[in-house]
Design a protein around this ligand. Structure first.
Ligand code: OVP
Length: 405
């Protein structure tokens, strides 16, 4: 994608604020406008270049040499601004520094390493589904009782966290994902708890805070083998705690929302529960729980004729790329019959979500448990969004379900 710089076109400009409440709540119309405006759009308010088409987003994601992460994957440019916390060794790093932490975490979160969790997670999912079926009627908040409850039951245990303070995990993740955006009201609202939440998360990353079985202990074992330095280990644990909770909670909520609004797709899953994983990926494509990430240009680079200057920030709209009609047939349809692979909801290239197998295993357990017991699921009220600068997230998902006989 690095073309010659001879012909340079001025890109269309937009003064839209993608982080304004209206666009966070309903991003579709902005996404469409940005895709249609051109392959590159200059966002004047932040002086960044935006990519909203699949082709350009995909190309930027895979070209880590030209589009670096070490200057931050939010709006803040770490060349000029001090990060709010020590940068992530995975997300906010480039090769070669990125590679050892990535290799360690990839092994720990690879499918073979997760096999020991499957049976327990399935049992937990069935317990949660039984609880909503035998509760006070079949009308309940699927966000609270399933999407939030399930990851919080299984993931902190899998990491090996102690039992105290687990209610800090979601607020910490919410804060971290807000921090990729501008310093707007969402970021300001997080400020009072920033020191407290950061201190708690920091303390959980110590070897002594983690049990001997979990992902956390496995990261420390890698340090003992010399695959990581002792200074790197706690920061790699921190990545799990930052990226592993809110993402799965809102990804599962997106999946439940998809089924509650597409009864025909629920019947398809009931008939073929082995579609659970495809369904989750299709929901990740359709909703894109992680909406955006930034990169920074390492050189003057031409993207479809527009020169993005060295040091400039590039805003990649993953959610817009995942619904680009040039890449997807009928992109706004949630459809288990399509092949969603190639979506950029987990990113693409060397930074592609290292935890995606964990997320898929969670989704498979929960959806399988539901598909076995639930005949029909529908909305029982207006779903409520929670606003976050990066995550397409939820506050409530009222549903009604009909138990299968
Ligand atoms: C979606 C991600 C997000 C937030 C933080 C981190 C990773 C991290 O490594 O800390 S990936």
């Amino acid at each position: 994608m690095t073309e010659t710089l001879h012909t340079s076109v001025t890109p269309p400009a937009s003064n839209a604020d993608p982080f304004a409440q209206e666009h966070l709540e309903h991003p579709e119309s902005l996404h469409q406008a940005l895709r249609e405006a051109g392959p590159v759009v200059h966002l004047t308010r932040y002086d960044v270049h935006a990519l909203a088409r699949y082709e350009e987003v995909h190309a930027a994601l895979v070209d880590w040499q030209t589009f670096q992460s070490a200057a931050g994957v939010g709006l803040a440019n770490f060349r000029h601004e001090k990060p709010w916390r020590p940068p992530s060794l995975l997300l906010e790093a480039d090769p070669p520094h990125h590679d050892a932490p990535r290799r360690v975490l990839r092994e720990i979160l690879a499918p073979p390493a997760l096999r020991r969790l499957r049976e327990r997670w399935q049992t937990t999912a069935e317990e949660l589904v039984d609880a909503v079926l035998t509760g006070e009627g079949t009308h309940f908040d699927a966000f609270d009782r399933l999407a939030k409850a399930f990851p919080l039951r299984v993931f902190p245990d899998a990491v090996g966290l102690g039992s105290e303070g687990r209610d800090n995990l979601l607020p910490y993740g919410n804060m971290a994902f807000n921090a990729f955006g501008p310093r707007n009201d969402l970021v300001k609202a997080d400020a009072p708890r920033m020191a407290e939440l950061s201190a708690w998360v920091g303390a959980q990353c110590a070897r002594e805070a983690l049990d001997e079985e979990g992902f956390g202990a496995a990261i420390w074992a890698a340090a003992d083998r010399g695959d990581l330095t002792p200074e790197q280990a706690p920061l790699v644990v921190r990545s799990l705690l930052t990226a592993g909770v809110d993402t799965t909670v809102h990804g599962l909520a997106a999946t439940l929302y998809a089924f509650a609004t597409h009864p025909d797709q629920w019947q398809r899953l009931r008939e073929r529960p082995e579609l659970a994983r495809v369904a989750f990926d299709e929901a990740v494509r359709w909703q894109s729980p992680v909406q955006t990430f930034f990169r920074t240009a390492t050189t003057d680079v031409s993207v479809a004729g527009t020169v993005i200057p060295e040091g400039g920030k590039i805003l990649m709209f993953l959610g817009a790329a995942n619904r680009d009609p040039a890449r997807w047939d009928d992109p706004d349809r949630f459809d288990l019959a399509r092949d969603p692979s190639g979506h950029v909801g987990f990113g693409m290239g060397i930074h592609q979500c290292v935890g995606q197998h964990v997320a898929r295993l969670e989704a498979e357990a929960l959806l399988t448990a539901l598909a076995r017991r639930v005949d029909h699921i529908e909305l029982a009220g207006e779903p409520r969004r929670h606003l976050n600068n990066t995550l397409r997230s939820w506050a409530a998902l009222p549903v009604r379900i009909r138990p299968a006989r």
